[in-house]
Design a protein around this ligand. Structure first.
Ligand SMILES: [Ca+2]
Ligand SMILES: [Ca+2]
Length: 298
């Protein structure tokens, strides 16, 4: 009997260790699905910010134009920084799409006035305290004139920035030296870019290119920005997903993935009538703009 119990406990220990085993490759290191329609809508969470979203597997981080918020995966607000610009050396008034990596929140910040950005910078905040840490300055010679969003390139220790105003290029900076390295031309350049996410040498781009006045959906595009582990000069851009499953057509913003579960997460705003970037009241049935993250699984 005693021997029998020993065998049972060995067998159960083996089974437990097998089921506890992590997969060889984390979702964060695998290529994107070839087509975004592989991702099916699972749930939505209303959030306080209208710009960006990031996820470290434990929390969602949300940006509004002027604040940062931290939510549990169940949607409970646990922390915020509603004064993120006070410690910056350069004046700023606008946050775009964000990312989170190794305990730091990466944000694309600028002073946005009359359709162009000034004082563009990658500002980094502590994901625990939400306090400002440091900035990576913009290289004006790069040609970038606005920052609508950024993405950490975990495999190559870089950060990429997108530009809503001209949108022909994505710009990359080295995280070790904190300096500008180069840019990749997008062909064709998708219009009205909002957020980007980088994985495995590819970048997904969310674009507010569907006109809500005409009941048009927004889109996600994919670009191969690397070849032989080096950034290319020109990346071919392909449609990846049409966002037909939002509750109402509106304004798509940032996007991200949960690095542990591979959930695709997209921020979108609905209800406000926005004509050429200017708020013009609300659509029927709305008296405010609703900001939500849409969470997709495979
Ligand atoms: Ca935006
Ligand atoms: Ca739109």
């Amino acid at each position: 009997m005693k021997q029998f119990l020993v065998i049972i406990s060995i067998v159960s220990a083996v089974i437990t260790s097998c089921t506890d085993q992590k997969p060889d490759t984390a979702p964060a290191e695998t290529p994107f699905a070839e087509q975004g329609k592989a991702y099916v809508l699972d749930s939505t969470i209303e959030v306080a910010g209208r710009q960006g979203v990031a996820c470290d597997g434990k929390y969602y981080y949300i940006s509004s134009s002027t604040a940062l918020y931290k939510y549990t995966l169940q949607g409970e607000l646990v922390k915020s920084n509603e004064d993120p610009f006070t410690e910056l050396e350069l004046e700023a008034n606008h946050l775009g799409d964000i990312d989170v990596y190794n305990g730091d929140i990466y944000t694309g910040i600028e002073t946005f006035i009359d359709g162009v950005g000034k004082n563009i910078q990658v500002a980094v905040y502590d994901a625990e305290t939400m306090e400002y840490k440091y900035s990576i300055p913009w290289n004006k010679e790069s040609g970038q004139v606005e920052v609508c969003g950024l993405a950490v390139d975990r495999e190559h220790n870089r950060v990429w920035m997108a530009d809503w105003v001209q949108g022909h290029e994505l710009y990359y900076y080295d995280l070790a030296t904190k300096t500008y390295e180069g840019k990749v031309r997008l062909s064709p350049a998708p219009q009205l870019q909002q957020g980007i996410y980088c994985r495995n040498g590819q970048i997904l781009i969310s674009c507010d290119d569907g006109d809500a006045e005409k009941d048009e959906s927004d889109h996600l595009y994919i670009a191969d920005v690397y070849q032989n582990d080096q950034p290319v000069d020109t990346a071919e851009v392909k449609l990846w997903r049409e966002m037909t499953d939002f509750k109402r057509v509106g304004e798509i913003e940032g996007l991200t993935f949960n690095p542990l579960t591979d959930n695709l997460i997209v921020l979108s705003n609905r209800g406000a009538r926005i004509i050429l970037g200017m708020p013009k009241g609300f659509y029927e049935g709305y008296d405010r703009e609703i900001h939500e993250i849409y969470i997709y699984g495979k």
